[in-house]
Design a protein around this ligand. Structure first.
Ligand code: AMP
Ligand code: ZN
Length: 458
């Protein structure tokens, strides 16, 4: 079945045809590891995971690369202000290197919680300094750079179609700009290499042909994607905020050096919004996955919540929304468990499911097909086999899930039985006292029509 994906570059759905028969190259911009990821960031990684799983569902062999930005991402996207890592270091009293290590692990743990497949290659910006310097030399040799007192810049006026990805109105931007450009020649020019300030020793700095300093944020992705996937590969993704600056500049760098536009498809996940405000790490307050877990949610309920909206629509976060996702997931898991042993896969439902995921990853519709299957009159074994196929894309771990069976200690069982006796003999105060003792031990008794049920107190 044909796979259609929305390409931001072309602003339309395009049939996905891999550049090479053997492997599909996918590069996803990774986190800036100066803090935890918030659940907005994680929405983008869930979308990218669904993309990868859909490609694999279509029998493509995927090579997935994700970078870790551990240097060079400045507080402002306009190449100004402090490096986010150095700022994080001041905030926490740890070194920039320690922070990077700590938050990289925290991020990888989040991905695991969300059942997001690990990229085949992780690459850190700080481990690829030579590649970045070589890339900048290439851009310089082709005549696209100029130097100022604080760094080496990319001259965006030299590239005819600069800003095409974001459909940037360069003249309009220049005219409306009120900010001081400093030594930058045009508003859209960006740093390839920044010099360490002369009055300050940076924790992260390297020697280069232009002086001691550190790379600009965008160069790492051009350099590392070229190293691992070649200078023109299949799909490049990130959040929608990357369209106008980061990805635009990645394309400029790669076009300047190799003359290719880096990737065949450009895909972007829309933002998760919180009370209709954009959630951002730098705004200080944000929800991270651990907060959801601490409130008793299964992280996969958050994955499910994300799949209830198309990746190209904004999604408003609400606790009610998460609650209903958690309930739906719970219902689905229990059903799948009760269906028992898998039998033969149903082709008809599988075709319907495939049609939806292949229509630009339409997960809300794919979930609707999943519920149709669940409610259908097919034999349980068929439903089970079919849903396990769907789960390769859904990634909800439906095959492994089991209802929790609680182990109730013997002494609690005997207290409960004493209480039953007291109740049947109408010794109410004894019964109440026994109930209190059971509660003190961390359990409670629920009197159901089928008799009392013991469970642990939450
Ligand atoms: P960062 O760690 O800030 O570089 O961002 C990591 C990824 O999360 C990037 O792909 C961003 O585009 C994406 N992102 C940032 N904020 C949000 C949000 N509120 N919703 C969805 N994705 C986001
Ligand atoms: Zn990137």
């Amino acid at each position: 079945m044909t796979l259609y994906l929305y390409d931001t570059y072309a602003r339309q759905l395009r049939e996905f045809i891999p550049l090479s028969a053997s492997e599909v190259g996918v590069y996803t911009c990774g986190p800036t590891v100066y803090d935890y990821a918030h659940i907005g960031n994680l929405r983008t990684y869930v979308f990218e995971d669904v993309l990868r799983r859909t490609l694999e569902f279509n029998n493509f062999s995927v090579k997935h690369v994700m970078n870790i930005t551990d240097v060079g991402h400045l507080v402002s996207d306009a190449d100004e202000g402090e490096d986010k890592m150095e700022k994080g270091s001041r905030r926490t009293g740890k070194t920039a290197w320690e922070i990077a290590e700590f938050f990289t692990h925290a991020f990888q743990a989040d991905l695991k919680h969300l059942n997001i497949l690990e990229p085949h290659i992780w690459c850190r910006a700080t481990d690829h300094m030579n590649e970045q310097i070589e890339f900048i030399r290439c851009i310089e040799a082709k005549g696209y750079t100029y130097q100022t007192s604080d760094g080496l810049y990319f001259d965006t006026t030299k590239l005819g179609d600069y800003g095409y990805l974001g459909r940037l109105d360069i003249e309009g931007l220049q005219a409306g700009a009120r900010i001081d450009l400093g030594e930058k020649r045009s508003l859209t020019d960006f740093a390839l290499w920044k010099f360490s300030p002369s009055n300050q020793k940076r924790q992260m700095e390297w020697k280069s042909p232009w002086g001691v300093g550190f790379p600009g944020w965008h160069i790492e992705c051009s350099a590392m994607s070229a190293k691992y996937l070649g200078n023109y590969f299949d799909i490049h993704c990130g959040g929608e905020d990357h369209i106008t600056v980061h990805h635009t500049n990645e394309i400029a760098q790669t076009e300047a050096c190799f003359g290719t536009r880096l990737a065949n498809f450009w895909m972007h996940g829309y933002f998760l919004q919180f009370d209709d405000e954009r959630m951002s790490k730098s705004s200080g307050e944000f929800l991270r996955l651990q907060v959801l877990i601490d409130r008793g949610y299964d992280p996969l309920a958050y994955r499910f919540f994300n799949m209830s909206a198309h990746y190209r629509t904004k999604l408003n976060y609400s606790w009610d929304g998460l609650d209903s996702a958690a309930k739906s997931l719970d219902r689905l898991r229990n059903l799948v468990f009760e269906w028992g042993v898998p039998g033969i896969v149903d082709e008809e439902y599988t075709a319907q499911f495939t049609a939806q995921i292949n229509d630009d990853l339409n997960m809300p519709r794919a979930l609707a097909v999943t519920w149709d299957l669940a409610r259908s009159s097919l034999p349980n074994a068929t439903k089970k086999a079919t849903i396990l196929i769907f789960d390769r894309v859904l990634g909800l771990g439906l095959g492994e899930w089991q209802p929790k069976t609680e182990i109730i200690p013997e002494d609690i069982i005997s207290l409960a039985s004493e209480r039953q006796t007291a109740r049947s003999e109408k010794r109410w105060s004894d019964a109440d006292a026994l109930r209190d003792r059971i509660a003190e031990a961390g359990f409670e008794i629920e009197d159901t029509p089928k008799g009392p049920r013991i469970k642990s107190r939450k």
